[in-house]
Design a protein around this ligand. Sequence first.
Ligand code: FES
Length: 106
Amino acid sequence: MSEVWHSVCALDEIQAGTMLPIEIGDMHIAIYNIDGEYFATDNVCTHGFALLTDGFLDGDSVECALHGGCFDVRTGKAQCDPVDVDLRTFQTRLVNDRIEVCIEEA
Ligand code: FES
């Protein structure tokens, strides 16, 4: 396994308090701007097939639109029923005003 950084969007494409769906290969990933800090998780809920970016971001918690499960976007931790499996999280970094996400690849 090696770590590969992917440039995914410009800083001004994602305002504070918002999230953005991106795809890297066949992976759906959500990028979050929490007061100028950037986080990335899987975008598919661990409970069913729903994109978290179709849900609601409240502070550093994202709520799934389908059944209301919540996750901490900083840690991926499942926070409330009906979700009990954590989301994968990915490292982010800023390079030349763009957000990059680190994916482990075989
Ligand atoms: S699919 Fe997300 S809570 Fe059910």
